[in-house]
Design a binder for this molecule. Structure first.
Ligand code: NDP
Length: 333
């Protein structure tokens, strides 16, 4: 049994990750820590978690806990990941890993030094749709990829309209919230790295305190692919999608930038459309299963700490481009 500690009495832990851990045959959620003891107690009672703490250090002192899932707001991830690594815990951390690339580098280094597994919860890599697209592209089903388009413009649900839209110091704004996911999904599906980006942002009614709620831009990959992206908190009626266009075919995915295991993929070539068979799977359960496999030495987690650092580097470059009006090179790790 892998005993887990939850760091963060958060919505994502409640809605998806505590259930995803509990769904594993070989995992148990043993404890939860919050910065607020009453919130920890209430969360533990609601989720039937045996122990609760009002401080992270108390949870990290539990020797039986082997793995932690960190889902506090973004400004806390760095210090909590480093503390967990130093306590010898394997770490699955939420995106964006940190507020700065140096912060993400320190997290990755601390986990390497402590010889613990570090993973980033980029759930979209676990989608059967995106995995099918990656496989088809690698097999040459669309020839040489030339261009990609990602649409992750949604309406931020009311219960999430807190720090994301009004707290820059917590890493609010659509770029750190959604563009990191799009960047990771593009890297994963295309199996290539982003070289440079250009972007424009807007605040169209939701973003406050200078935070953007919409962004559009272009990423240039090392292999020459141009990828266009549109991420937003304000699009009430848009569908999400992901497309890759190659020399001999195109892949069209619909309703795939989501937490739900849904969506379709169509392969278009030689003037014909073909539905790609998809067996949907809960993405968060797969993320946990792969993480536990990594603890057992059975291969890497779905998204490593380095993957989280790379998606953050791309998102920060997108933000800098929007602020300066310049094309920004994505730094190496
Ligand atoms: P929440 O706002 O629900 O929770 C974040 C933190 O806010 C909690 O850890 C908690 O701190 C504090 N908090 C919770 N409820 C209250 C309250 N009533 N009053 C004051 N503070 C409160 O955030 P999300 O769950 O939406 O996001 C958490 C992290 O997960 C972020 O990093 C986000 O980017 C990421 N995320 C990832 C997703 C994915 O699919 N990979 C999806 C959604 C979010 P404390 O623990 O100290 O009590």
């Amino acid at each position: 049994m892998v005993r887990w500690g939850l760091i963060g009495a958060s919505t994502i832990a409640r809605e998806w990750m505590a259930p995803a851990i509990a769904a594993q045959p070989d995992c148990v959620v043993a404890a939860v820590a919050s910065s607020n003891a009453a919130r920890a107690r209430a969360f533990a009672a609601e989720m039937s978690i045996p122990r609760h703490y009002g401080a992270v250090d108390e949870l990290l002192a539990e020797s039986e806990i082997e793995a932690v899932y960190i889902s506090t707001t973004n400004e806390w991830h760095e210090q909590q990941v480093i503390a967990a690594a130093r306590a010898g815990k394997h770490v699955l951390c939420e995106k964006p890993l940190a507020l700065t690339l140096d912060g993400a580098r320190r997290m990755v280094q601390a986990c390497a030094d402590a010889r613990v597994v570090m993973a980033t919860n980029h759930h979209l890599r676990n989608a059967a749709t995106h995995r099918a697209m990656r496989k088809l592209i690698a097999e040459g089903a669309i020839g040489q990829p030339l261009a990609a388009r990602g649409f992750h413009a949604v309406y931020l649900p009311e219960h999430l309209q807190g720090w994301r839209i009004n707290r820059p110091e917590s890493g609010g704004g659509v770029i750190l919230d959604i563009t990191v996911h799009g960047a990771d999904t593009l890297r994963f599906v295309l199996d290539n790295e982003v070289r440079e980006v250009t972007a424009m942002t807007a605040s169209q009614g939701m973003g406050q305190a200078g935070l953007e709620d919409s962004v559009m831009g272009v990423m240039r990959f090392q292999n020459g692919v141009l990828a266009q992206f549109h991420d937003a908190f304000t699009a009430r009626h848009a569908f999400t999608g992901f497309e890759v266009h190659g020399t001999t075919g195109s892949l069209y995915a619909r309703d795939v930038m989501t937490q739900q295991p849904i969506g379709t993929v169509t392969l278009r070539r030689d003037g014909r459309d073909e539905d790609v068979p998809i067996t949907h799977e809960n993405m968060y359960e797969r993320s946990v299963a792969r993480f536990v496999g990594a603890i057992r030495g059975e291969g890497p987690p779905s998204a490593t700490g380095e993957d989280g650092a790379r998606s953050l580097a791309i998102a920060l470059a997108v933000r800098e481009s929007a602020q300066t009006g310049r094309v920004i090179s994505v730094p190496a790790l």
